[in-house]
Design a protein. Structure first.
Ligand SMILES: C[S@@+](CC[C@H](N)C(=O)[O-])C[C@H]1O[C@@H](n2cnc3c(N)ncnc32)[C@H](O)[C@@H]1O
Length: 223
């Protein structure tokens, strides 16, 4: 599964400062909404979930990648490997932080939103701007640690950012190669509004890497 391979290399590439800027903005928005019981959809390795817990929120995470859920649980987050449509509980707000929405194609998003809508009053999530996907994200990134070497190669075409992930992992005297692709789909706010079937109540533009143009928009919807 491509998401499991992503889970294995995420920390090699994660810009902690950028993540802190984004996560803090989500905390600020949730505080303004005066909500407490939160569902973190696509909780990943649990970084946001843990920050929210320390800020007094009653937060539960879900993620499609078992590898991510294992990391989040180890950090102390309540997190399960499941799809949002399998969630039985109701929440005051749901969040999807750091690219989660862009991972889904239109059909997947429609189904996803219809399930989210039934389980929460507010849904807060970020989407990547065209500038971030078309100009910033393209090209090659490399990272290595003691026993691993990884390359990300991204191209933007037909409103899709395709990232090829390659990981070489040392096993004894040789390296094992793992490779897979992740696709992120570009959506405008209008498209998201139509697909969501919810009411847009707030848009916060944000820059994580010092650009003058916004790299992300944080949208708040009411179901
Ligand atoms: C870039 S990571 C962000 C993780 C975390 N939210 C954070 O802020 O660090 C995106 C996560 O979304 C998960 N994901 C993608 N599509 C999903 C879906 N439909 N439902 C749940 N999780 C999903 C991936 O497995 C991955 O862990």
């Amino acid at each position: 599964m491509a998401l499991d391979l992503y889970a294995r290399i995420e920390e090699m590439f994660l810009d902690k400062e950028a993540a802190d800027i984004l996560w803090s903005k989500f905390i600020e928005i949730l505080n303004k909404l005066e909500v407490k019981k939160i569902l973190d959809i696509g909780c990943g390795g649990g970084g946001f979930c843990l920050l929210a817990k320390h800020n007094g929120f009653d937060i539960k995470g879900i993620d499609l990648s078992r590898a991510q859920v294992e990391k989040a649980v180890k950090k102390g987050c309540k997190c399960e490997a499941k799809d949002v449509c399998e969630v039985k509980e109701r929440f005051e707000a749901a969040v999807a932080v750091f690219d989660v929405i862009n991972y889904m194609n239109e059909d997947e998003l429609k189904k996803f939103f219809s399930c989210v809508k039934e389980r929460t009053d507010y849904f807060v999530f970020d989407i990547n701007t065209l500038y971030a996907m078309e100009d910033l994200a393209i090209g090659t990134l490399k990272a290595e640690d003691e026993n691993r070497f990884s390359v990300l190669y991204s191209e933007f075409e037909d409103n899709k950012l395709i990232t090829e992930i390659t990981l070489f992992e040392k096993k004894g005297d040789c390296y094992i190669k793992h490779q897979d692709k992740i696709i992120q789909y570009y959506y405008s706010v209008d498209q998201i509004e139509k697909l969501s079937g919810m009411k847009l109540v707030d848009i916060v533009p944000i820059s994580l890497y010092g650009s003058e143009e916004a790299e992300k928009l944080i949208l708040t919807f009411k179901s």
